[in-house]
Design a protein around this ligand. Structure first.
Ligand SMILES: [Fe+2]
Length: 223
């Protein structure tokens, strides 16, 4: 019974094994930097973020997170898990990946982020073109009773009411909490609901990919 499956949006989550080590390594640095940081560059959000549209400023603020232990445990291993599971059903043409940028967000009481996505222009690296493919959110510290991230796929959605958006609320899941990593395609829209317990700290990463031009999209004989 053959199927052609179009590439799909998804949200993956898992607990990061080395969370305690990562937290003691990273959290003190972010807490030391947050009071000297001026807000965030987004129009409607209220959050203390080290994201900056000025690339030089952005890199300066976030160089403290440029660490192999961080990248291996928060980004590389979870992304390997995503591909080892997802590739069985959904096709992709990813040939090579790199982590383009990363930043921290600190949420005090009532802080939130407007709905947004992480898409951007492709960039050239070593003579090859890389596209934004995946984004990662790592919940470094959070004492809220439930997670605040809401993902939305806008209508029309196949096999769903034609005018209805589909929302996935990570707040419904007890496993999505401090120590958890969320991975999703860069274009998937999401927002962060107002925080009730102050002090939530997350780190975001954007992962870019070189795509294979020659490969055929696979047809599955069984799902
Ligand atoms: Fe985001």
């Amino acid at each position: 019974m053959p199927f052609f499956c179009f590439p799909s949006d998804f949200v993956y989550w898992d607990t990061v094994d080395k969370h305690d080590e990562l937290k003691s390594l990273i959290l003190p640095k972010i807490l030391a930097a947050k009071d000297g940081n001026k807000g965030n560059p987004w129009k409607a959000s209220i959050v203390n973020s080290s994201f900056d549209y000025d690339v030089g400023e952005h890199d300066k603020k976030n160089v403290m997170l440029n660490d192999l232990f961080i990248m291996e445990n928060i980004v590389k291993q979870p992304i390997n898990d995503v591909f080892s599971q997802m590739s069985k059903v959904y096709p992709h043409k990813i040939e090579d990946l790199f982590v383009k940028n990363w930043w921290w967000n600190v949420y005090e009481r009532g802080h939130f982020q407007e709905q947004h996505h992480h898409n951007g222009e492709p960039i050239e690296k070593d003579g090859k073109l890389f596209h934004p493919i995946l984004s990662v959110i790592y919940i470094l510290h959070d004492e809220n009773p439930s997670s605040s991230v809401l993902f939305t796929k806008t209508a029309p959605i196949p096999l769903h009411g034609t005018s209805r958006d589909l929302t996935f609320d990570t707040g419904d899941l007890s496993q999505v909490k401090e120590g958890c990593v969320l991975i999703f395609p860069s274009g998937l829209r999401h927002c962060v609901r107002p925080c009730s317990v102050p002090g939530r700290v997350t780190i975001s990463f954007n992962v870019y990919a070189k795509l294979c031009d020659q490969m055929e999209w696979p047809i599955r004989q069984n799902l």
